[in-house]
Write a protein that binds this ligand. Structure first.
Ligand code: GLU
Length: 420
């Protein structure tokens, strides 16, 4: 059995093979590009509040070291496996390369449901995870960031644990920290903001009037909630559907997203919010809207529902929301559905993480306006390149986006030699 044996890793490899065929990459280079450079698995014994000791599994996968240190989030999720972590690391590589960031991709995490832990237990798991990772990460080797199930507080515990070990404050070891300890302005909102910038760009291209358009957002975490709020309050769309892991809501008259956000801040999830409007979460994705934003987990758009999507723009805020089988269906529907592929759509997070790392290394602070302007400039450049390549070569937007990323990594590998 393969160490990375997992359905999500297989999906990432299948996607990569499509690109490798399109770019006619030879077999030896394919394997070098596809498999992670390094993977670390650790066992984390943790004291629980009831006096027992529980062990958790943790991982970190560093996909390639060709362009600089590796960079990527840390996921706390009950189903996380080494293979899934490797898939997420591979996607980070293409994402960073598409945005021209000097990084290889990485991802890590712990197989744990963070909502089932007390604050004290969560701190113990977070600190223990970073402690086990100290020999393998560093500001010039691998920089962690947030992902599903982790937040600013957890990044602060990571930074503190690493800094205690080093004997001084190393804030460039992790991004997505609170601003009070060296985080950057605008990081928390960055992914959602980037998604909305690209949605606006696509709407503009397609001559859609935001005031007459509707949106459905799946997922109400850091990315989904910021995207939904901004689509409603800034862009002026009517948000008709939202959901989280506990509930899905649909209201053709429009949902009060601000009230939903306040509710989640108080109660933790959408379960008890506007109960009259609850619908089947699987059906939410295929309901009629102009902009559909999957901002939750992978593989939610698959061969079963891709033919039934009822949107004009599919803005992939999650990592890997669309399976390769669904891609084949969406490619046939290219003139009905405009896809903003994940490695472009959600790149705002890692781009602003890069800004945070640069500010940390230079002990220099940028304003939120500087951060956001620079973010939009990078996204604009990537968007233009992806759309141009897709048009010129008559290929899907995902193929174009991934090809630009893969080509950059391949070129660097060939220029440097066999080591990285
Ligand atoms: N977790 C985010 C992603 O998937 C960002 C990671 C980071 O900021 O390092 O892109």
């Amino acid at each position: 059995m393969h160490v990375y044996d997992d359905e999500v890793f297989k999906m990432a490899c299948d996607q990569f093979e499509v690109i490798a065929d399109y770019l006619s990459i030879d077999k030896n280079d394919r394997e070098r590009l596809m498999y992670p450079k390094r993977a670390v698995a650790v066992t984390l014994p943790v004291h629980m509040d009831d006096g027992s000791t529980k062990t958790f599994q943790g991982y970190r996968v560093q996909h390639h070291l060709t362009l600089g240190p590796t960079k990527g989030g840390t996921r706390f999720a009950p189903s996380l496996s080494l293979g899934e972590t490797a898939a997420l690391a591979m996607w980070m590589s293409w994402k960073c390369a598409l945005s021209n960031l000097p990084y290889g991709g990485a991802k890590g995490g712990v197989t744990v449901d963070p909502t089932k832990l007390s604050r004290n237990e969560l701190e113990n798991v977070s600190r223990r995870y970073m402690q086990e990772m100290i020999p393998f990460v560093g500001p010039h080797t691998d920089i962690m960031g947030p992902d599903m199930g982790t937040n600013e507080q957890i990044m602060a515990w990571f930074m503190d644990t690493y800094s205690v070990y080093m004997g001084y404050a190393v804030n460039e070891i992790v991004t997505g920290k609170p601003v009070a300890i060296g985080g950057t302005e605008g990081r928390r909102e960055a992914t959602g903001r980037g998604v909305v910038y690209l949605v606006e760009r696509a709407m503009d291209m397609l001559k859609m009037d935001p005031e007459k358009c509707t949106a459905i957002v799946q997922g109400f975490g850091n990315v989904g909630s910021v995207a939904a709020l901004s689509l409603a309050l800034k862009t002026g769309l009517k948000v008709v559907g939202i959901s989280d892991a506990f509930a899905a809501l649909y209201d053709p008259k429009g949902i009060d997203v601000k009230a939903a956000e306040q509710h989640v801040l108080k109660k933790g999830n959408l379960r008890a919010f506007c109960q009259n409007n609850h619908v089947d979460p699987n059906e939410l994705l295929t309901m009629k809207c102009d902009v559909l934003v999957p901002a939750a987990v992978d593989r939610v758009i698959n061969s079963k529902n891709a033919g039934k999507l009822h949107c004009r723009i599919l803005a992939e805020a999650a990592n890997g929301p669309t399976t390769p089988e669904a891609d084949l269906i969406l490619e046939k529907r290219w003139d009905e559905i405009f896809v903003i592929p994940d490695i472009l759509c959600n790149a705002g997070g890692v781009i602003v993480s890069y800004f945070e790392w640069v500010q940390g290394l230079q002990s220099f602070l940028w304003s939120e306006t500087e951060v956001t302007d620079k973010l939009f400039r990078i996204l604009e450049h990537s968007f233009t390149q992806v759309i141009r390549r897709a048009k010129e070569h008559k290929i899907a937007h995902r193929t174009a986006a991934m090809a630009i990323g893969v080509e950059r990594v391949l070129r660097a590998k060939k220029t440097r030699g066999l080591f990285p």
